[in-house]
Write a protein that binds this ligand. Structure first.
Ligand code: F6R
Length: 365
């Protein structure tokens, strides 16, 4: 069932245009309609006064990205917390704040317990974003959006992550519409962007030969830093997690503006620095953060898009996606960091689909 692929992770990375198209299908049909989230969704979502997202690992990073979309588009406050932390603290609660759990498997114990805890604190509405039908977490929720990624077998999450992101973007747009913050023209434009997304993701997949070449250099490293800003900071986090999980190279991610508050001390010739730098409002800031790295001898590996106008120079390597895709850009930029981790793992000879010490579904504390 691997077909032409060597590993499930590779197969699942390449399935993303289809997984995204399948997940988006109903959205393109209905528009940003509450019905996408279940029967009682229109009434429940209309009451929402804030959003509390709970998840673990890669799913948590999807949640971090959603915070940028939700606060910018809906005017609602959005908080994102790691489920295993939330469940053990005296959290502030509001009955009309929507609990959103994100879980590929729908069985992650900490996420399930965080949901139960949120209920006990009085939250009235809970939405699950999940890839496995009828699993525990959606069953315990009032509303559900199933991502249609298909079975994800590789331990490192790939297609589940990008489909979670479109589900969360759909939630942001739907809440915005319910609150009168999405004009018909804007809705049509966002739906067009969603329609174009699988094609843009395919363009990113086509960068694989260039990323493969970079990965050979990474395989010999002991550490790596990932930088991003704004919407692309969670993608830097995801890139660092993918690299750690399957190559066992130590990697950390920072919002690029934090560099000078500590991590810059780590930068020297031996430290590769991956930068997620498409053309967004913070690009000029990112460019000056990159100069801070170059000045200390750090080698930069930059994922950009055609509009960010980078060229290769001494110690600066650039891979560009063909065009800037606006507000969905983090979804497209998840692809190159997945491919980088995958090819670096191959070069190191690690077990890509079953990294040491990790399980696909974490049903213990
Ligand atoms: C990383 C990874 C994990 C999961 C986490 C949550 O590649 O797969 O970090 O994202 O264990 O799992 P789910 O989404 O099933 O709750």
């Amino acid at each position: 069932e691997l077909g032409p692929y060597d590993h499930y992770m590779q197969k699942e990375i390449h399935e993303q245009p289809k997984a995204l198209a399948d997940t988006i299908e109903a959205v393109l049909e209905l528009g940003f309609d509450a019905a996408l989230f279940g029967e009682s969704a229109a009434q429940r979502l209309a009451e929402v006064e804030g959003v509390q997202i709970l998840a673990c690992g890669t799913s948590y990073y999807a949640g971090l990205t959603a915070k940028y979309w939700i606060e910018a588009m809906t005017g609602l406050p959005c908080n994102v917390e790691i489920a295993s932390e939330y469940r053990y603290r005296d959290a502030w609660a509001h009955p009309k704040h929507l609990i959103v759990t994100i879980s590929q498997s729908g069985e992650t114990l900490d996420t399930m317990e965080a949901l139960k805890y949120a209920r006990s604190l009085g939250h009235e509405h809970a939405l699950s974003i999940c890839n496995v039908r009828e699993s525990a977490i959606p069953r315990a929720s009032d509303l559900v959006f199933y991502t249609r990624a298909g079975a994800e077998i590789g331990v490192a999450s790939t297609k589940a992550f990008t489909t979670q992101l479109v589900a969360l973007f759909t939630l942001a747009a739907t809440l915005a519409k319910l609150r009168g913050r999405l004009s018909l023209e804007r809705e049509a434009a966002l739906l067009e962007e969603l329609r174009a997304l699988p094609g843009s993701v395919q363009h990113a997949l086509n960068l694989e030969p260039q990323i493969h070449a970079w990965a050979q250099a990474f395989a010999a490293k002991h550490n790596a830093l990932f930088l991003g800003r704004g919407l692309h900071y969670p993608i830097a986090l995801e890139g660092a997690l993918k690299l750690k999980e399957i190559t066992y190279i130590h990697a950390e991610a920072y919002p690029a503006g934090e560099l000078k508050h500590g991590p810059l001390a780590l930068v020297d010739e031996a430290m590769p620095v991956v930068v997620i730098a498409p053309n967004d409002a913070l690009l000029e800031k990112v460019k000056s953060n990159m100069q801070e790295v170059r000045a200390r001898g750090g080698e930069l590996f930059v994922f950009a898009d055609a509009d960010s106008h980078f060229t290769d120079s001494e110690g600066v390597h650039v891979i560009r996606t063909p065009r800037h895709v606006g507000i969905l850009s983090p979804i497209v930029h998840a692809i190159p960091v997945q491919l980088l981790a995958y090819h670096a793992a191959l070069a190191r000879g690690t077990d890509v689909d079953k990294p040491r010490n990790l399980a696909k579904s974490v049903t213990v504390e």
